[in-house]
Design a protein around this ligand. Structure first.
Ligand code: GTP
Length: 325
């Protein structure tokens, strides 16, 4: 069965300050870290061995996911001292696997950008890859306005013909959705311990040298949570109602949560508190009469009674503005 690699080592600069203490993939959406949603999707496709390719705040992942047995999976951790880029991270992670054995058995790798929520069928993407005897198969998604993205044209068999940079008149609305199947030989061709980008180097180089790179198009729920607005949207989409709260969370009289807010486990919410369109972590205490709107409250934070928290990032040590994205 295929092996998963999750790319979770980026700095998450566009999400600052939310990523000051939490790596982007560990930010909670709908009550669970993005990475956990992705592990569940991988498992659904039968992938049970997954390597987390970590770098920035790598120490945050292991205490939460451990060896993966809680999810019935086997998790391994690759750590880059300095971020190696998406390609370098994949190569470094594959050091934890016997690549020669993977080649002998034609065992594919499924690579996930760690900041994407996607409901596409990974199993169908793998099948498409095998049918085409591809080197790489990317999930492609069609967006209404592709000008903000690089676009990925394909021929009528789904073979990728080019990787094009952002442009005013994109030739197609199909964009790279951030989930790739790699044949093992492609991974061993990436240089070890060098900074490499799959998007800017590996993919275009393979296409230019005539190698079989395919696009698997499936139009299902898809969201890149790379900005604060997108992160809040992802959480609202998962909550799909007024609010969701984790186990052990208690609400005082006359408190009200709305706007698809997500509240973690074991929170104490005081009397008359209002929570609107916000993400709140576990073990948060909110004093009576406080208002929390469009804000992100990190695990373990405390909000004073009657505080007005609007468009803020709050952690046990920081209280900062979230700039509109
Ligand atoms: P921004 O700084 O806001 O652009 O975010 P990012 O660099 O964290 O993410 P980007 O969207 O550029 O990268 C896509 C995915 O690859 C994210 O899940 C990142 O965590 C991951 N990633 C990016 N660069 C590296 C890297 O050098 N090493 C590892 N292990 N992962 C990376």
């Amino acid at each position: 069965m295929a092996i998963g690699i999750l790319l979770v080592g980026g700095f998450g600069t566009r999400l600052k300050p939310l990523t000051n203490q939490t790596p982007k993939p560990m930010l909670p959406v709908g009550g669970l870290p993005v990475t956990e949603h992705q592990l569940l999707a991988a498992k659904k496709a039968g992938i049970t061995t997954v390597i987390l390719a970590t770098s920035y705040l790598s120490e945050v992942f292991i205490p939460y996911f451990g060896d993966g047995s809680k999810w019935g999976m086997q998790l391994k951790y690759a750590v880059e001292k300095e971020p190696l880029g998406t390609g370098g991270a994949i190569r470094n992670a594959a050091e934890l696997i016997d690549l020669e054995a993977a080649k002998a058995e034609d065992e594919e790798f499924v690579i996930f950008n760690g900041d994407v929520l996607s409901h596409h069928s990974i199993a169908a993407q793998l099948e498409f890859h095998r049918k085409n005897k591809a080197d790489i198969t990317l999930h492609l998604i069609s967006v209404e306005d592709a000008r903000a993205f690089g676009c990925v044209p394909t021929d009528d068999q789904g073979r990728v013909t080019a990787f094009l940079e952002k442009m005013d008149n994109p030739v197609t609305n199909a964009i790279n959705a951030g989930c790739y199947v790699f044949s093992p030989s492609v991974i061993s061709d990436i240089p070890l311990n060098k900074v490499v980008s799959v998007e800017r180097e590996t993919f275009p180089n393979l296409v230019n040298s005539g190698r079989p790179v395919f696009g698997y198009s499936e139009q299902s729920y898809w969201l890149d949570i790379g900005t604060p607005a997108a992160l809040f949207k992802g959480s609202r989409d998962l909550v799909n109602g007024a609010f969701a709260a984790g186990e052990g969370t208690t609400f005082g009289p006359d408190s009200l949560a709305t706007g698809g807010s997500s509240i973690g486990a074991n929170c104490e919410i005081g009397q008359g508190v209002r929570i609107e369109n916000s993400i709140i972590g576990d073990n948060v205490k909110i004093g009576a009469g406080a208002l929390i709107r469009d804000s992100f409250i990190l695990h373990g934070s405390e909000v004073q009674a009657d505080a007005q928290i609007v468009s803020k990032y709050l952690s046990p040590t920081e209280n900062l503005e979230i700039s509109p994205a």
